[in-house]
Write a protein that binds this ligand. Structure first.
Ligand SMILES: [Fe+2]
Ligand SMILES: [Fe+2]
Length: 302
């Protein structure tokens, strides 16, 4: 399942990204879990909507999973701030990492709130975030930090921003009648995605600025990390047979739509932006790109 947020990846190849377990409790139950990670609401228990029970369950599962990923992003940015400090990065990048961690707390709360809203009777919250052996793996050198920043930030958060811009614009473009049919979910999802899109674009910009700074410090190591990322991504672009699938605008994006958006974003945003760093050129957003890709491009780079 695709989630919106920066993962807490592990250095050892093949190891899954870290996430906390999700705790849940039913409305009216004595609940031991901490409700502060959600701006919970039970208003949707009897909410009229054209979404079926199954669709609401699917959306609740998506948003509770997203909530756990956003929760991991808080820890990921804390670790990123240590990486930056260890590499002697300038204050504005370290400040950006701390501010982004605060955004991710808000994204976690928004996501778990949406999960509760769609479910209607269950409240979700993350369990403890357990780090194996209580050891935080700081990047060993600049090229290791660049590789992680490229994967988690320049690629991960750029694609997250594109998905959020696409989802928000699908809801904004609904006509009044279609929008009413999907309430109260449409308004809640639009409000969350609008905030998340802008924040993820800012987080992606922080990652791109970090790689540019690293390039100015040690261009050989950074160049090889970028070239390696370009080679891996080139296979994912130009998938011209992909198309977005129709869906209720307040529902999570389908896998087909996500694949389509990622392909478009890699082709018209991530790859040219990576090449522009190596060529020491300014990346110019492409007006010919898909509107969600262009929206993310301008939010990140202008
Ligand atoms: Fe983020
Ligand atoms: Fe996030």
């Amino acid at each position: 399942m695709i989630a919106i947020g920066r993962p807490y990846s592990q250095a050892e190849p093949g190891k899954d990204d870290l996430v906390a377990e999700i705790l849940s409790c039913q409305a009216g139950e004595e609940c031991s879990s901490d409700a502060s990670w959600s701006l919970s609401s039970s208003e949707a228990v009897h909410a009229p909507s054209n979404l079926s029970k199954e669709q609401r369950a699917q959306a609740a599962a998506h948003w509770s999973h997203s909530g756990s990923m956003e929760h991991a992003s808080v820890a990921s940015f804390s670790r990123f701030s240590l990486d930056l400090m260890a590499m002697g990065a300038p204050a504005d990048l370290v400040q950006g990492a701390h501010l982004a961690a605060l955004d991710e707390i808000k994204h976690t709360q928004l996501s778990f709130s949406l999960a509760s809203l769609f479910n209607g009777t269950t409240h979700f919250t993350p369990d403890k975030f357990i780090i194996p052996d209580a050891k935080v793996e700081i990047a060993r050198d600049l090229s290791a930090m660049v590789a992680r920043t490229l994967a988690e930030g320049c690629i991960g958060e750029t694609l997250a921003a594109v998905r959020a811009f696409y989802g928000a614009s699908s809801l904004e473009n609904l006509d009044h009648q279609a929008r009413q049919a999907e309430e109260p979910f449409a308004s809640a999802v639009l409000s969350a995605l609008s905030a998340i899109a802008v924040d993820e674009a800012r987080h992606a910009a922080l990652a791109w600025d970090t790689v540019k700074w690293a390039f100015s410090q040690e261009d050989g190591a950074t160049r090889s990390a970028i070239i390696s990322a370009i080679k891996k991504l080139a296979a994912q672009a130009h998938a011209d047979d992909l198309e977005p699938a129709a869906h209720h605008a307040s529902m999570p994006l389908s896998d087909a739509t996500v694949d389509f958006l990622h392909s478009q974003a890699i082709q018209d945003l991530v790859l040219p932006a990576l090449k522009s760093i190596v060529d020491k050129q300014k990346f110019e957003p492409r007006k010919s790109a898909h509107p969600a890709v262009f929206a993310a491009s301008t939010a990140i780079f202008l």
